[in-house]
Design a binder for this molecule. Structure first.
Ligand code: MN
Ligand code: MN
Length: 261
């Protein structure tokens, strides 16, 4: 079985509201190894720490650093799992990813579309990564799930870039989604309802349950070449609840990567 390349990005400089996601990668690793749970995913695969080619956690200063280290880490051509960090990291990760895999389809699960052309004067804000990714044509399809905060500008951006949007209020349309090509998954933890995942910077009620996110991941039948889990903010968590949700989703994504690739 192919190993999964694992990297953590200790970076939250592009968070617009609160800092904290830079603390997430070591926290998720330690909760993944918590004796309170085992390593079995729901598909029956055991995802032990040895399943990963773990490159460690990286302190970075700019998105150029993130692109460079991601490119170094994925030369092996194994599937890539990245722990963030705020959502701004996805743009440089995808830039590097594109150099190895070309333009793949991307499933973006989030309360927010993150399609601002510019946010508070910053084109690289965590509110902008998918505008950068789309204008540089780094991916093929962008499929957004769980969105519930579209502004007029972001609705225009969504149309301009041909985003396939499954807003939270239209989740019943999700079964119509057809995947044909390998995918990358970008999972912003605030896609979940704050009742399930309070440890995020932006509490956006009316979101996905943990089970709904699991169902979305488990329904993917095409290869998963890469994924990231971003925006977990341990400083806002309660009894590591959100951290354990991250660990669970991490295990389920890794098991799907192993199963489908
Ligand atoms: Mn986001
Ligand atoms: Mn978000």
């Amino acid at each position: 079985m192919k190993k999964i390349t694992l990297q953590g990005i200790l970076y939250d400089e592009k968070s617009s509201f609160l800092k904290g996601p830079a603390l997430a990668p070591p926290k998720i690793r330690s909760l993944y190894n918590s004796p309170s749970a085992n390593y079995f995913a729901e598909n029956g695969l055991e995802i032990l720490p040895e399943s990963f080619d773990d490159k460690g956690d990286f302190e970075v200063r700019t998105y150029f650093d993130i692109e460079k280290l991601t490119y170094e880490n994925i030369k092996s051509n194994n599937p890539l799992l990245t722990l963030g960090g705020d959502h701004s990291i996805t743009y440089p990760v995808i830039k590097a990813f594109n150099r190895v895999h070309g333009a793949v389809d991307l499933i973006h699960i989030d309360a927010h579309a993150d399609l601002y052309d510019i946010f508070e004067g910053d084109k690289y804000s965590h509110a902008c990564p998918f505008a950068r990714i789309m204008e540089e044509k780094l991916i093929n399809r962008l499929i957004q799930i769980g969105i519930r905060t579209l502004s007029i500008h972001q609705r225009e951006q969504s149309e301009k870039y041909g985003v396939e949007s499954f807003e939270m209020s239209q989740l019943d349309k999700l079964p119509s989604l057809k995947l044909r090509n390998p995918v990358y998954i970008s999972l912003d933890m605030d896609a979940l309802d704050p009742a399930y995942a309070p440890g995020v910077s932006h509490h956006e009620p009316g979101g996905l349950s943990t089970r709904e996110v699991l169902n979305i991941i488990q329904a993917i039948e095409v290869p998963i070449l890469g994924a990231d889990i971003v925006e977990y903010n341990p400083t806002r968590d309660i009894n590591d609840m959100t951290g354990m949700v991250c660990a669970k989703l991490f295990r389920e994504i890794a098991s799907k990567m192993s199963q489908n690739n």
